[in-house]
Design a protein around this ligand. Structure first.
Ligand SMILES: [Zn+2]
Length: 107
């Protein structure tokens, strides 16, 4: 069991073989988070029993962290923390800024 801080709140990271090993009702999800209970689940395998690559698992973790960041920033009442399109757009923007070196233009 691993812990990370999201906006100063400790979250538990679980890495079960399958999502359904932790939560039956989330069977079929690639990963999931429960912001109210400070829990993120990133499985080792997909629903077909194939092992997930570390790169894909990091993408899943980033996606779930964004859900939690929106929630912990106080936007839960807006519905944004559960808006999958918004979360994926933020993940894309974050990846773009991180991987393209655009911030290096100031150095
Ligand atoms: Zn999501």
């Amino acid at each position: 069991m691993k812990k990370i801080l999201i906006v100063h709140k400790p979250y538990t990271i679980l890495e079960p073989e399958y999502v359904k090993d932790v939560c039956d009702s989330m069977d079929g999800a690639a990963a999931y988070c429960d912001c109210a209970n400070k829990l993120i689940v990133v499985p080792l395998k997909n629903n077909e029993g194939e092992e997930l690559t570390n790169g894909y698992r990091l993408e899943l973790l980033e996606h779930e962290i964004i859900h939690c960041l929106i929630y912990e920033a106080g936007y839960d009442g807006t519905g944004w923390s559960s808006d999958e399109k918004l979360v994926e757009m933020i993940r894309f923007i974050s990846e773009y800024i991180r991987t393209t070196g655009v911030l290096g233009c100031l150095s």
